[in-house]
Design a protein around this ligand. Structure first.
Ligand code: UFG
Length: 343
């Protein structure tokens, strides 16, 4: 049986990925410092899977703690690295914290992997590396130019990708898959795990579900004067469980060998762009819940429109994000209801 080390495994995408890995028979060790997640997530995971992942509370900035994890679990065959700070706005306020956390963690992890001869890495990156692609590059495939990052957070993803490329270049036995996510939304169908935003949500979906639950008086739609059909921004919203399955495919691909490049990059999206207003309206339709909203000014730094060309992931990973968006929005609502005890 293979074991996968999942850093940040109690977080949003991490926890859903742990479920998928365990359901496919992998053993999992989670390393998480719980800075933006809760131990109760482990109960949710075991409620779904029927067994508990191993858990080590540690910070990836602590290199000796990471070494100790590899020493304790010599059967680790691959690592999925999620652990990172991820709030764009916060990264603008606290750039040094973001550079230290996100870059220091990867450096320690790669050093521990090297010294323990673990040579398979899946890295959690973002479509933020593409910035606002020109019209000619929409939908965005992996060959679209990388643009100067709009935030320290985005820059840490670009730098981390470079660190992985350079490390792999110097170590031919190291194989990596970089996954560039578009906008993950929704929760596991059981409503036992989901997204747990810290304080006022920055992201659209948690704000929508909290408004529907009455926690927030109104959603602000940031701009309806963009050059899009209804004037609001367009994103590629991908179901978090579809995204999680892609990680299992990536680990399997690293295990199977026979790869095209030592470091492979995949865009993970649905291939379909939806506007903010389409999301809000579809949410109200499928859930029957009211989401009061108002159109306000644009949010600084927002990209007008971006969606994925996921053809490479479809073809090479044998993976597709095909859960209907209505179902995904309903899963997000069921999770919010579970959190707030709404019947
Ligand atoms: N939006 C609103 N109101 C809100 C929140 C969001 O109208 O209260 C709009 C935004 O303006 C944007 C869309 O909803 O048009 C999606 O916004 P999110 O904040 O959910 O997502 P972003 O696309 O801005 O950011 C996401 C990730 C980042 C990542 C980025 C890459 O959260 O980590 O994609 O493009 F860097």
């Amino acid at each position: 049986m293979s074991r996968v080390l999942v850093t940040g495994g109690t977080g949003y995408i991490g926890s859903h990925t742990v479920v998928c890995l365990m359901q496919q028979g992998y053993d999992v060790t989670i390393v998480d410092n719980l800075s933006n997640s809760d131990l109760k997530v482990l109960d949710g995971i075991s409620g779904i899977v029927g067994r508990r992942p191993d858990f080590v509370q540690a910070d990836c900035l602590d290199g000796s703690a990471l070494d100790a994890v590899f020493d304790s679990f010599p059967d680790i065959c691959a690592v999925i690295h999620f652990a990172a700070s991820k709030a764009v706005g916060e990264s603008v306020e606290k750039p040094l914290m973001y550079y230290r956390n996100n870059i220091g963690s990867l450096l320690n992890l790669l050093e521990s992997m090297r010294s323990h001869k673990v040579n398979r890495l899946v890295f959690s990156s973002s479509c933020t590396v593409y910035g606002q692609p020109d019209k000619a590059h929409l939908p965005v495939d992996e060959s679209a130019p990388i643009q100067k990052a709009l935030s320290p957070y985005g820059n840490t993803k670009q730098i981390n990708e470079d660190i992985i490329q350079d490390t792999a270049h110097a170590a031919p036995e190291l194989n990596a898959i970089i996954l560039r996510y578009f906008n993950p939304i929704g929760a596991h169908q059981s409503a036992l795990i989901g997204e747990l935003p810290n304080g006022v949500p920055n992201n659209l979906l948690p704000f929508v579900t909290q408004t529907a639950a009455g926690l927030r008086p109104k959603l602000r739609v940031f701009g309806d004067d963009y050059n899009t059909p209804d004037g609001s921004c367009i994103r590629d919203y991908i179901y978090v469980m579809d995204l999680a399955q892609a990680h299992v495919k990536a680990v399997q691909r690293l295990e199977d060998g026979g790869r095209e490049e030592q470091v492979e990059i995949f865009n993970l999206g649905t291939g379909r762009g939806l506007s903010v207003l389409e999301i809000v309206k579809t949410f109200m339709e499928v859930t029957g819940a009211e989401v009061p909203y108002e159109i306000t000014g644009r949010r600084e730094g927002d990209i007008e429109q971006v969606w994925a060309n996921p053809e490479k992931a479809n073809r090479v990973l044998g993976w597709k994000a095909d859960t209907p968006v209505g179902e995904v929005l309903l899963s997000a609502w069921n999770w919010e209801k579970h959190l707030r005890n709404i019947k």
